[in-house]
Design a protein around this ligand. Structure first.
Ligand code: ACO
Ligand code: ZN
Length: 241
């Protein structure tokens, strides 16, 4: 046991034997039997989670030569909700989100990209930010074609006095595109081995045509919350084209 611990510590310090699995994304030390065991378990769970056996009723919103996009809504059967939640949890852990709660679960729409090998390789959670509370609106980084604008909010609106609240509200209204932003993308994730194949692009294109019935949202009417560096690179490219 003593030696095992020693090995792990050494691996951490020298980055010796530390590796990141390219499919499940777990960082572990190949030299540690304990780590290897944990990785094997996590890896299997990961594969089970992204496996898609197919449902009797699937809401297919787009089809491509290499896959399809299905939409899961809050009132869907349990098995669909569970799959959407499990995949979202994978995305959350990769994004470093601790909490698995959504800003407004009752309006959240989950889009899953299923590839031809029956795996969920992409996930996008979209929420209606017009319906969301002011507090949640601040969290969204609005992406316009020209600029990023972060609306930060540190306090809880309940603790704000009226002036503060109005000030914040004005800030929201005066930013470049707030009036238009109605669809908030709170998470977007693509399986690491399937990136740069336009999966995120196709998910977002599909959201824009299906998020509001009978409406085609413009790029300015969609906003991203808390983007990661990769998310920003993607959003910048997406909004610029
Ligand atoms: N570096 C540089 N440019 C990028 C990158 C990147 N890592 N990813 C996308 N782009 C740009 C490129 O210009 C790309 O076009 P190209 O491949 O022709 O050059 C364009 O965006 C379109 O990319 P897609 O192939 O559609 O994007 P992909 O399917 O690879 O998914 C995503 C992008 C979702 C960011 C993916 O890398 C991912 O899941 N990352 C980990 C999770 C994450 O960070 N998600 C974003 C969090 S923000 C949020 O959830 C609101
Ligand atoms: Zn793995």
């Amino acid at each position: 046991k003593q030696t095992d611990n020693q090995l792990v510590i050494d691996a951490g310090q020298k980055q010796f034997g530390a590796t990141t699995c390219s499919s499940c994304g777990m960082l572990y030390s190949i030299d540690s039997p304990e780590d290897n065991f944990q990785h094997t378990q996590f890896h299997q769970r990961f594969l089970d989670t992204i496996k898609f056996v197919g449902w009797k009723k699937e809401r297919i919103v787009a089809e491509f030569w290499d896959g399809k996009i299905i939409l899961v809504l809050p009132d869907d059967p349990k098995y669909a909700i569970k799959k959407a939640e499990d995949v979202r949890r994978i995305a959350d852990s990769e994004l470093g989100f601790q909490q698995v709660t959504l800003s407004s679960p009752s309006s959240a729409k989950t889009y899953l990209f299923i590839n031809s090998d029956r795996m969920v390789v992409g996930c996008l959670v979209a929420e209606n930010i017009r319906q969301a509370s002011i507090r949640i609106k601040w969290r969204f980084l609005l992406v316009s074609c020209q600029a990023f604008r972060v609306l930060e909010q540190t306090e809880n609106p309940k603790d704000m006095n009226k002036e503060d609240f109005m000030e914040h509200h004005r800030a929201w209204c005066c930013s470049t595109v707030p009036e238009k932003a109605i669809c908030g993308v709170s998470r977007i994730w693509v399986f690491s081995l399937m990136r740069r194949k336009s999966i995120a692009t196709r998910l977002l294109d599909t959201v824009r045509t299906t998020f509001m019935y009978g409406c085609h949202l413009t790029k300015e009417e969609t906003a991203f919350s808390d983007p990661t560096p990769e998310g920003k690179l993607f959003a910048t490219k997406y909004c610029g084209t």
